[in-house]
Design a protein. Structure first.
Length: 48
């Protein structure tokens, strides 16, 4: 996903830790942070 706007690249060189990234809002946040340049570390509960 390409994101171009006023905030594009604002997380370049930053690390983001996103919990609940297996689905829903957490997944969307992790994808958006990565699109804006962050090295996203996504965590999900695989046990349900």
């Amino acid at each position: 996903m390409a994101y171009e706007g006023a905030h594009a690249g604002r997380f370049e060189g930053k690390v983001a830790l996103v919990t609940g990234a297996g689905s829903g809002m957490g997944a969307a946040v992790a994808r958006r942070l990565a699109a804006e340049g962050a090295r996203a570390v996504a965590l999900a509960d695989v046990d349900g």
